[in-house]
Ligand binder design. Sequence first.
Ligand code: FES
Length: 77
Amino acid sequence: MNNSTQKIMKPNERTMARLKAGCICKGVKLIRLIEAIENGATTFAQVAAVTGVGDGPCEGKRCRMKVEELLEQHHSR
Ligand code: FES
């Protein structure tokens, strides 16, 4: 993927993403989702395979939309 090295967020936003939850059920921070996408994940399934999100008690109801928004944000650049 040619834009996989582009950063999704500005540096100060990335700092905040280290603190924010990406997947509450699995205890995965938002920055891990971002890094997975920047490293080439192009689907929720791929992000889930790398980070472990999506198979918690809510079965992805809370984190899937977040991942899909990040994917769209990254790939619309
Ligand atoms: S928040 Fe990710 S599986 Fe529930």
